[in-house]
Structures are given as C-alpha cells and as structure tokens.
Ligand binder design. Structure first.
Ligand code: BGC
Length: 372
C-alpha cells in the first residue's frame, strides 16, 4: 500500500516535471556550405517565452521575452536562416571554442611544447580561430526542457592539442532562465575556454543602439589590454574609472570619456574580474532597459565576463527582420576565464588534462521591473 503510494507520487512527480519542462520544436534552417541540412530548435516554456537555437555553431538565434506590459520582443541579434550565419563575421549568438576570446601572438606553450594557432585577429587568435566552434555543425539531441549539443574537436584542429569531446546543454526554465551548461573532456593536455557570444538588445533586436541600457557588473577589477586587446596581466581597480559598474550606469554615460582603455577597445571590450564568494553560480551582471522594463541577469560559475559594447558592428550585417545592425546595436556579456590565460601563468588556469572534466554553467535570466 505504502509502496503503491510512493510509486504513484513518483509518477505524479515525473508528470509534474514534464508539464513544466519547455517544449522543443524542430524545423529546417537551411544548409551548410557543404550542403548538410541544418535545424532550428525552438524551446518554449509555459509562459510563452521562446529560445531558438540552431545546431550550426550551437547558435542562439532568437530569445523572445515579455516587456513590462507583457509584450513579447526578440532580444538577441541573429539571422533568419543558416545563410546569414555562414557569413557571420561577428559571432552573433554562437558557441565559442575551443578558446573563447584572444590568445596573444597566436601561440602558447604547454608542457614545454609550443603550439602555433591560426591568426585571425591582428597577430592574435580570436574565439578559437577562423574555424572555431561557431562554424561547425553540432550533433543535436532533444532533452527534457532543452537541447543537448555535442561536438568532437579533433586533435590538432585549429592548432589545439588533444581530442576534445564537448557537450553544451541549453535549458529553458519556467523562471525565464536560459541555462547553458558546458562540459568537455580531453585525451591530451589542452586549453579550453567556452562561452556564448549572444548580442542582446533588451528593447528588441534591430531597434537602435544599446547606449541607454543600464549595466551593473559585480567586479572591483578588470583586465586592462594593449593595442591588440590582449590583457597586460594587470588586475586594475575599476574605482574612479569608466569601468566602475558596481552601481548601475548607462552604457553610453561614459563610453566617450577620455580614457586610454576605452580608446583601445573603441568602447567597452574588456574582461571584468568577477567578485566571487565561492565556486558556484553567482550573479555577475544585471542589465535594465528602462523603456521596456526588460531585465537581464547573468549568473555564472566563471571567474570573468567580457563586456563588449558592439563597437565593431558597422551596419553591414542585416538581421532576421531585415534591419542593419549598426555600431553598438547589441552588447555581449561573455562569461569566461580571462583572455590569453594560456600565456598568463598568474591568471586562473585554462588547462584541461585527461581524466578531468571541464564544467561551467551560465544562466541568462529574463524578467521585468516597474518604470523608474
Ligand atoms: C571581442 C571583440 C570582438 C568580438 C567579435 C568579442 O568577444 O572581445 O573584440 O570584436 O568578440 O564579435
């Protein structure tokens, strides 16, 4: 009897979970350069919030969330089909790997061996090289409430050592959180730094610049860069600089200040050293778009976050609704280990060894707040 009751409760529990898990719908999304079919997977939660992800580059294509009046809007920049992504020079929405952000002078040394990487940004390697994880077709599998993407990056691919087996799971919760779980294992010592490169505009993609968004970043320090946007190695206090986002500031409020770091980045394009209490998920940043009332919170297990104010967007990319993405039409908050860590022994290590499991989690949580 008691046993029967437990079984019934278990079944109900499972049904309850199923009822709250986001639904997943799959549709064709075009073809790769090599003619392989690409799919778009749309996750929808019980509130009608939608996240659409394609297996091409593991890319977040759209994210539809309500404003304070309940009106839905697509808050990420993206394209209508795979064709746009084949020419995506700005990494819109993509999964980034094997090494997110820059590796200085396109090389690093591991266990006494120097590895040379392809150059694709000045004299440096950016976002895993010209054929990084943003340009590959991932294997997709629907899982409860989300999508699992896997990719085997072969030993030597884009110059990196070791066969790296990567798994990224996107989950959409009923609390309007898009959760991204990254994991990887290797068969040789290598370096790994995975992230997502979504550009957000909480007023709606293509509607204008993001300078009025209020940004708060829980970081007392940031990593200043040289002319090639490689960290100098210094952890510089944000106090008294335009990089102090401990209290919310509009992105545009100080972006044109006379500041050497802003000049080098052409705006904000810097890694912030997150104030962390432990190793778990902690709030890294909060962004408010005052007119729509939409709020984005970023929680992560990572030590750093790249705040990029879309300085290199120049109107050449046209988005899914046909609107040109002009300078600063989107901002990125890329959770990560610090740029160029493989060449900076003082930074937290990005080395992964056989037998270890790389695992990081980032949550993009959407909500609204009342008019100020
Ligand atoms: C980098 C920018 C770069 C952009 C490419 C960002 O992560 O920090 O410098 O231009 O990615 O879209």
């Amino acid at each position: 009897m008691l046993f029967g009751r437990w079984v019934a409760l278990g079944v109900l529990g499972a049904m309850g979970l199923a009822a709250h898990a986001a639904s997943v719908k799959k549709q064709p999304f075009g073809k790769t350069q090599a003619g392989k079919p690409v799919e778009l997977y749309t996750l929808t939660n019980s509130k009608g919030v939608e996240a659409a992800i394609t297996n091409y580059g593991g890319t977040l294509v759209s994210m539809k969330v309500p404003d304070r009046a309940g009106k839905m809007g697509d808050v990420v920049l993206g394209f209508a089909s795979t064709e746009g992504y084949l020419k995506n020079t700005a990494y819109l929405g993509a999964l980034i790997g094997r090494y997110g952000n820059r590796i200085g002078k396109a090389k690093f040394t591991l266990n006494g061996v120097e590895y040379k990487l392809p150059v694709n940004n000045g004299e440096n390697t950016l976002h895993g090289g010209p054929n990084g994880f943003d340009k590959v077709l991932w294997t997709a599998k629907e899982v409860p409430g989300g999508l699992e993407l896997t990719y085997l990056s072969k030993d030597g691919e884009e110059g990196f050592p070791g066969n790296l087996s990567v798994k990224v799971v996107y989950t959409l919760t009923d609390d309007n959180e898009l959760k991204i779980d990254y994991s990887a294992t290797t068969d040789k010592d290598t370096v790994v730094n995975l992230t997502n490169h979504a550009y957000f505009n909480l007023a709606g993609e293509g509607t204008g610049d993001i300078l009025g968004h209020l940004v708060q970043i829980h970081a007392d320090r940031f990593t200043p860069v040289d002319a090639g946007l490689i960290p100098t190695g210094e952890l510089k206090p944000v106090a008294g600089t335009p990089f102090d986002f401990l209290k919310p500031h509009a992105i545009g409020a100080r972006i044109n200040d006379k500041d050497e770091q802003l000049k080098l980045g052409g705006g904000y394009d810097h890694n912030f050293v997150l104030n962390r209490k432990g190793a778990g998920l902690e709030l890294a940043a909060r962004v408010v778009e005052p007119k729509s009332g939409r709020v984005l919170e970023v929680l992560t297990t990572e030590p750093g976050i790249q705040f990029y104010s879309g300085n290199f967007l120049d109107g050449t990319l046209k988005g899914k609704a046909g609107k040109a993405y002009q300078k600063r039409y989107g901002f990125c908050l890329e959770t990560q280990h610090f740029p160029d860590s493989p060449n900076k022994p003082a930074f937290a290590s990005t080395t992964l060894k056989p037998g270890q499991r790389y695992h990081t989690t980032t949550i993009y949580k959407f909500s609204t707040e009342a008019a100020r």
